[in-house]
Ligand binder design. Structure first.
Ligand SMILES: O=C(O)CCC(=O)C(=O)O
Ligand SMILES: [Fe+2]
Length: 426
């Protein structure tokens, strides 16, 4: 990141004055297509897409050199089952059944990759149908479950997506990641959803094509049913029933994107989407949070807690530790609670503070360890400061037992504020 872009982005957040970035948007008339890698610097991605929170599609030229695009695909552009079986046949993978609805998702089972490929071949032979249903290999943690050598040069993280705190956090803890592979025949699909924690996602088709239906944040409100629930399938004829979907007439048609083989889709924060595989398709998809959507994540977590509190409000007066229970429920529904969010902020903040300290003491050299360099670290510290300042004043965070936290949240906030002042001139 260059200094000018950092200052531009900081001004953008100052102008928002605490509002949620890209919070409520009309449906745009189209999605930008970025053709040439050399003509598209990171600064253009920041100004054109990260700050305004808008989707875009990158041409297949951006993924030209990826090993997976050569090795996983036959010359006819189909999944190379023989190669994939030899490489990953024994790996146990999660598989969803697209024909069975379980709340707003599909039930999952686990099976060896080998068995999933057998199913896939049968499904093709059966004219895209199988008595076993329509099975979709989803959320396979290929990176987490593979050795470094086995990953070869599967993919190269594009610079645009390289500020990725979610995976940096999990890598630091060495437990999990948000890097996935999806694979499925024509007809497999993902129900209507926004991504975990309102993270960004990026998705590259290694082979095959996908159709995406996108709704900007806020537009999904018109798709809620009479109980306030969002649809499972936004194309269902059920949605035409105005008694069931009282606000449907206020809804706009979705933004439709066809993603070809090799192309890369950027999914902004809090955009709902529904996705179809139009061919036999394999994709690599990552979820990521950084300084540009951290405030969106924090806003989302506050909304989630409010929803939990509303749900269990009748026990508020009779249950000791009601607030603590709300945090426990929130963790089981959302995957994270306020305590863990603080831990996430702390891990990233301490890493950035170290970089700035080394730089200011003159022993940083040019090696920040961050692909986007020193200016990114300065930007990150600014965003962490703003969000942590909001966290520490939240009444429900004040109820969290922070006695074992080290450093104490107020102390970390002071360190960040001090770093922001000293780093301004960098
Ligand atoms: O490809 C799919 O089926 C879903 C992808 C998705 O939802 C995402 O990348 O955010
Ligand atoms: Fe998604």
């Amino acid at each position: 990141m260059d200094r000018e872009t950092r200052i531009f982005a900081e001004q953008h957040f100052r102008d928002l004055g605490g509002q949620v970035p890209g919070g409520c948007l009309p449906v745009p008339s189209g999605v930008a297509f970025i053709q040439v890698p050399d003509a598209f610097p990171y600064a253009d991605f920041v100004k054109g897409f990260l700050l305004p929170n808008l989707p875009c599609v990158f041409s297949s030229a951006f993924t030209e050199g990826w090993g997976s695009r050569r090795r996983w695909v036959t010359s006819a552009g189909k999944p190379d089952f023989e190669y994939l079986l030899q490489k990953y046949g024994d790996v146990v993978v999660p598989v969803a059944n697209c024909e069975v609805r379980e709340y707003n998702s599909n039930p999952k089972e686990h099976m060896p990759f080998r068995d999933y490929v057998s199913y896939w071949k049968e499904y093709i032979q059966g004219g895209c149908s199988s008595p076993r249903g329509c099975l979709y290999l989803k959320d396979w943690h290929l990176c987490r479950d593979s050795s470094v050598e086995d990953l070869e040069d599967v993919f190269t993280l594009p610079v645009y997506f390289s500020s990725d705190w979610l995976n940096e956090f999990w890598d630091a803890l060495n437990v999990d990641d948000y890097r996935f592979v999806y694979a499925g025949p024509m007809g497999t699909w993902s129900p209507f959803h926004a991504d975990i924690f309102h993270s960004f996602s990026w998705s590259v088709n290694i082979c095959g094509r996908k159709k995406w239906l996108f709704f900007p944040p806020g537009q999904e409100e018109a798709l809620r049913d009479c109980h306030g629930a969002l649809p499972y399938d936004m194309t269902s004829p059920e949605l035409l029933d105005t008694r069931l979907y009282p606000r449907i007439q206020d809804s706009s048609p979705p933004l439709e994107v066809i993603q070809e083989a090799g192309e890369m889709v950027f999914v902004p924060s809090g955009w709902h989407h529904q996705v179809y595989n139009l061919d036999d398709t394999i994709s690599i998809n990552h979820n990521w949070i950084n300084g540009f959507n951290l405030a969106n994540m924090w806003h989302f977590l506050q909304q989630e807690l409010q929803a939990v509190q509303k749900e269990v409000s009748e026990w508020k007066d009779s249950m000791p530790d009601w607030h603590h229970h709300c945090q426990v429920i929130m963790r089981s529904c959302t995957g994270i609670n306020f305590e863990e969010f603080y831990h996430f902020l702390k891990v990233i903040a301490e890493r950035r503070l170290l970089i700035l300290r080394q730089e200011l003491e003159g022993d940083g050299g040019n090696n920040t360890g961050l692909e986007l360099g020193l200016q990114q670290a300065v930007f990150d510290v600014g965003r962490l400061t703003d969000v942590l300042a909001s966290v520490v004043t939240h009444p429900d965070f004040k109820r969290v037992d922070i006695s074992a936290f080290s450093p104490q949240p107020e102390e970390l906030l002071q360190q960040l504020e001090h770093a922001v002042t000293t780093a301004e001139a960098l």
